[in-house]
Design a protein around this ligand. Structure first.
Ligand SMILES: Nc1ncnc2c1ncn2[C@@H]1O[C@H](COP(=O)(O)OP(=O)(O)OP(=O)(O)O)[C@@H](O)[C@H]1O
Ligand SMILES: [Mg+2]
Length: 223
């Protein structure tokens, strides 16, 4: 059976994309999948990339490759030996977003409620509508295999009305699970680890719930 690919795309910095990608990768690896992390973005950009994370981590860190140009969708099909690939696509270049979407069986769009930019979220939705292959459903029910995932939520950060409307009217839904703002995420990212290596049970439960939901969606899609 072929590799399943999960792409994380955004058009905005700092929304927690790399944090979700790395924690998802370690969780799936712990569950027995062989996982490839794909750092889709120009090399040598600022700190906090998947490549940085991987270089900081120990031998347990899932294998990581960098793809500097928007050719992820061309490159991934020829890679063998992995059950799952997780793409962390940085949002600077629209071509890279499109390449990651084309490569993915499921696209995830992290949204940070307190900082979400309606225009940029709208751009991602448009890209997904145009480039994500729809699931095998009767044509009148076809929706892109994509989900929003709420990232870095805080008790007080309500999603703005405008962004809430955009999310609710999008042609795909959101995961029930998401991450809250917790020190453990930042610490784990800086140490090349996941929240499973921290003592934060709540963060661990969030990551587990995100992973459970994703596995359920992929199973339902007949992966
Ligand atoms: N749930 C969270 N709780 C606390 N801090 C978080 C959380 N998610 C991410 N962070 C922190 O926020 C910053 C940005 O996170 P991250 O690097 O994952 O985002 P990104 O979208 O990949 O950013 P970039 O645009 O740099 O690629 C990092 O310092 C990270 O440790
Ligand atoms: Mg990142």
């Amino acid at each position: 059976m072929g590799m399943t690919t999960i792409g994380l795309v955004q058009r905005k910095d700092d929304v927690g994309t790399t944090t979700i990608a790395t924690n998802l990768a370690v969780t799936l690896r712990n569950r027995g999948d062989s996982v490839l992390l794909v750092d889709a973005g120009p090399q040598g950009r600022q700190k906090g990339t998947v490549r940085d994370w991987s270089a900081t981590g120990d031998s347990q860190t899932p294998e990581t490759i960098g793809v500097d140009r928007p050719v992820v969708h061309e490159k991934l099909p020829s890679i063998e030996g992995f059950d799952v690939a997780i793409i962390d696509a940085t949002g600077k270049l629209e071509e890279m977003t499109i390449s990651a979407i084309k490569a993915s069986d499921l696209t995830l769009v992290p949204v940070q409620p307190s900082t979400a930019d309606p225009k940029k979220v709208g751009q991602v939705i448009d890209c997904i509508e145009t480039h994500q292959a729809p699931t095998e459903a009767p044509s009148n029910e076809r929706r892109p295999a994509a989900r929003f995932v709420i990232s870095r939520a805080t008790g007080s950060s309500k999603m703005g009305e405008q962004i809430q409307q955009i999310v609710s009217e999008a042609p795909f839904g959101r995961l029930d699970a998401g991450t809250s703002q917790r020190v453990a995420y930042a610490r784990a990212l800086g140490e090349g680890a996941s929240v499973h290596e921290t003592g934060d049970k709540e963060a661990q439960a969030e990551v587990k719930a995100i992973t459970d939901e994703i596995e359920q969606i992929l199973r339902a899609d007949g992966q």
